[in-house]
Structures are given as C-alpha cells and as structure tokens.
Design a protein. Sequence first.
Length: 74
Amino acid sequence: MLEVSFIAGRPKEKGLGLLKALNDAVVLAVGISPNDLLITFYETPGENISFGRGLAQRAHIADPAPEAAHAAEG
C-alpha cells in the first residue's frame, strides 16, 4: 500500500498520470505484480497544511472545485 498526501488543486488527468507512473516505478523497483499495489491519494486544502510555525504557507492555493460550484449557481 502506498499513501500519498499533497495539496489539492491538481487536474484529474495529472493525478491519473501520477498513479500510473507510481505503479510502474514501484513494480519495477520492488518486483511485485502491478495488481498487488494499492495507491491512495489524500488531497488536502492548502489552508490545512503547515510547514512550520503554525502558519498555513499554502493557504493561497485554492481548490478549484468550490469556485466552479459557485459559478454554476449563478
């Protein structure tokens, strides 16, 4: 099992590409079947991550999903 945490905001296509690249790299490095690797992405909003001092240094990185929802409403 491979769990990856990062700041939200990447397009779906990039995540899908990263899943494939990670699977290929781990399978090659470890010598397991490509079917035996579970990869889970955890995307966290920037305002919920601190790299020290309790400051959310990446708070300005917004998740585009809520903005798109508001645009559709109005």
